[in-house]
Design a binder for this molecule. Structure first.
Ligand SMILES: Cc1cc2nc3c(=O)[nH]c(=O)nc-3n(C[C@H](O)[C@H](O)[C@H](O)COP(=O)(O)OP(=O)(O)OC[C@H]3O[C@@H](n4cnc5c(N)ncnc54)[C@H](O)[C@@H]3O)c2cc1C
Length: 379
């Protein structure tokens, strides 16, 4: 079988490793437009039990990546000068570049490596393969021009965000809400290496307009964001890496494959970064597709059908949670009238996946603090 994987992000790399591991005779080509050391963004965070979902079938990758991760338990919200800690959630984070390096290492262990600096730009380059996998991210080339066939929709959220790093180390994943004369800002920040943190700045379109970001270059944007979050950054700089303002695209496809062309990862669907699941979903897509191909060696069509049937219900649940979370962020300025405990209480339940009983089990200190606050307010 001849397989082409377009894109060597987490989805493409991990699928390539799994396919080659289960069939060393496979004729596989993985193409990546960027050089090996290039990547966008900084660290990515995983919620709950990090990469434990890999352990059963692939303990080597699980151990390799897990040991390079920063781990911690709590989440904090800074609002109106008060820090509220939500205990017991559990997070792990890793630099995006580091994750890609480790996945390439796994791929090398089965004798493969991606063709870097090789962008697919012509439809004809997809010919001659039994299976073409579009693991080529949000702006997928494999999908492009065939949106009607895939049933693709791309809807952009209204908020603007810019993805920075910083040398300031944060002990927990923290959400910091700031009010300025221009409007309200939020930052999502957490460490992903001992001396580096991700720092994503978000604001609504009105604030973005008033702050004059439309006419600012990357250096001006970085400097202004440093001012807005000066108290949080504590003298540390923001680090830019193509940190232009963007609007998050909600990508959906009614059909996951057309003929022998299948989409996985962000090419298939995005999940808002506020629930920290896009990378995990990408890796899980790879696992599910590799399994379907293993179980249906006679027919690509059957394998792709089985992949979609098994995976769609799980993905739809997660995407619904991601949408609910994204919607909360779209209106975060309106939530900021809440005082800190109430904001934290509403925030942690925003995706609809965490009810009060679960919260009581997972975050007993937070629930006790909230109840004490309510009792004191009622007096
Ligand atoms: C601000 C922000 C923060 C995020 N934070 C988190 C987080 O904390 N946790 C988390 O789990 N996820 C997070 N994500 C989501 C995560 O980055 C993606 O879900 C994940 O990278 C998807 O992996 P992928 O392999 O599908 O796509 P990508 O990582 O986008 O990889 C696609 C690859 O395909 C290559 N490519 C594209 N077109 C071509 C072509 N024509 N020819 C050759 N190569 C091509 C690209 O260069 C790229 O390397 C975040 C996303 C954003 C925007």
């Amino acid at each position: 079988m001849k397989v082409l994987i377009v894109g060597a992000g987490p989805a493409g790399l991990y699928l390539a490793y799994l396919l080659k591991r289960q069939d060393p005779a496979l004729h596989l080509r993985v193409v990546e437009q960027n050089p090996p050391e290039a990547t966008f963004g900084f660290g990515v965070v995983f919620s709950e039990r990090a990469l434990e979902f890999l352990r059963g079938d692939d303990p080597q990758t699980c151990n390799l990546v897990s040991s390079a991760m920063e781990q911690w338990s709590d989440l904090a919200l800074n609002h109106r000068g008060t820090r509220i800690v939500i205990d017991g959630i559990g997070f792990a984070a890793i630099g995006r570049l580091k994750l890609l390096q480790l996945l390439r290492q796994r791929l090398a262990s089965v004798g493969e490596s991606p063709d870097h600096r090789c962008a697919i730009t012509q439809r004809s380059e997809l010919d001659g393969y039994d299976l073409v996998v579009g693991a080529d991210g949000v702006n997928s080339f494999v999908r492009r021009g065939r949106e009607g066939k895939f049933g693709t929709s791309v809807e952009h959220l209204q908020n603007r965000f810019a993805w920075f790093g910083t040398t300031k180390r944060f002990e927990t994943l923290t959400q910091t809400f700031v009010e300025t004369g221009e409007g309200t800002f939020n930052a999502h920040h957490y460490r992903y290496a001992p001396g580096m943190s991700t720092f994503i700045v978000e604001c609504d379109p009105q604030t973005w307009e008033r702050a004059g970001f439309a006419g600012m270059d990357e250096a001006g944007t970085r400097a202004r964001c440093e001012q807005v979050f000066a108290a949080t950054l504590d003298g540390h700089p923001l680090v830019a890496n193509r940190s232009m303002w963007r609007q998050f695209p909600k990508v959906r496809n009614e059909r996951w494959f057309v003929g022998s062309h299948v989409l996985i990862g962000d090419a298939l669907r995005t999940a808002h970064f506020s629930i920290g699941s896009g990378t995990r979903l990408a890796l899980e897509d790879a696992i599910a597709l590799a399994k379907a191909l293993r179980e249906h060696p006679e027919s690509i069509a059957d394998a792709l059908g089985a992949f979609e049937a098994a995976r769609r219900p799980i993905v739809e649940k997660l995407v619904a949670a991601a949408n609910a979370s994204a919607d909360w962020y779209e209106h975060f300025a309106a939530h900021m009238w809440l005082e800190p405990w109430e904001l934290a209480w509403q925030y942690i339940q925003r995706s609809g996946r965490v009810d009060v009983e679960r919260l009581r089990r997972v975050s007993p200190a937070f629930v006790a603090g909230y109840e004490a606050h309510r009792a004191a307010s009622a007096r």
